[in-house]
Design a protein. Structure first.
Length: 271
């Protein structure tokens, strides 16, 4: 049995509390738990007890969990009725921020769980991006990039997580228009593209298209065809006895063809 220490005002103390009185925090960032890992932890707790206390705060209904949901789940599976807990005397806001920060500092959150946690920290509890970044030990630009991936649709997020894609994959997709993202995501998953390959693919797709080159070649071909046709017509007129000649004048702005027919030869041909 853990020795209890008398509670001091505005202090935290250690106590053994009933599992049935522990309530899950609404600020829990982690949504998925590996069942195999939980079973291993449950077996260890059953054999050795819980070595690291959970953290809670007192409420009117019992205790609100601040940190340790994985340990609580494993303890329930192991059949425990009580758990050692550090009971914090804190406001709702302070406890919520502590819960979010404790979870965000874990390495096994998915990229979207982490981003959702940061967003909640900022939007619900009024923590600035600068302060949140400092508390999480990251640059503010890094934090901003993590928030950006929440612009992907829920369906896209689910597929990215299922395919175990990285934050770099998600950020690369964000550079594309909405209409292209699903198609490119299909290709990333089907071809098992690495993050660098995905970024290269997106770069290629974002390069300006130059259909004018094909049009330019076509136009040049049309002009040449016209010039050849004009030359043949003039040659035919000359063979028929007309005095005719052509002249080509080309500038940066235009190509000019002039056909000159001698009036006297034309009149003679008419009579």
């Amino acid at each position: 049995m853990i020795a209890l220490r008398k509670k001091k005002e505005k202090d935290a103390y250690l106590a053994e509390i009933p599992l049935s009185e522990i309530e899950k925090s609404p600020d829990q960032t982690r949504k998925s738990f590996d069942e195999y890992e939980l079973s291993l932890l449950a077996a260890s707790i059953k054999e050795n007890g819980l070595l690291q206390p959970i953290t809670v705060r007192k409420t009117d209904r019992g205790y609100m969990l601040i940190a340790g949901e994985r340990r609580v789940r494993a303890a329930l599976s192991a059949g425990l009725k009580t758990l050692p807990a550090i009971i914090m005397d804190s406001t709702d806001r302070a406890a919520a921020i502590f819960t979010l920060l404790e979870n965000l500092q874990r390495s096994d959150l998915t990229i979207f769980e982490e981003a959702e946690g940061i967003k909640r920290l900022i939007t619900v509890y009024g923590v600035s991006q600068c302060d949140a970044a400092a508390r999480l030990g990251m640059a503010q630009s890094t934090l901003s990039n993590k928030l950006r991936i929440l612009r992907l649709s829920p369906e896209q997020r689910t597929r990215i997580e299922a395919a175990a894609l990285t934050e770099r994959h998600a950020r690369a997709l964000l550079r594309l228009p909405d209409s292209q993202r699903d198609e490119v995501l299909d290709r990333i998953i089907a071809e098992e593209l690495r993050a660098a390959q995905t970024e290269q693919l997106v770069e290629e797709l974002l390069k300006p298209q130059k259909p004018q080159k094909a049009g330019c070649k076509s136009s040049i071909g049309d002009v040449r065809l016209f010039a050849n046709s004009l030359s043949k017509i003039v040659d035919t007129m000359i063979r028929a006895g007309y005095s005719a000649k052509t002249r080509k004048n080309e500038t940066d702005s235009y190509i000019e063809y002039t056909v000159r027919i001698d009036k006297q030869s034309a009149q003679l041909r008419l009579f």
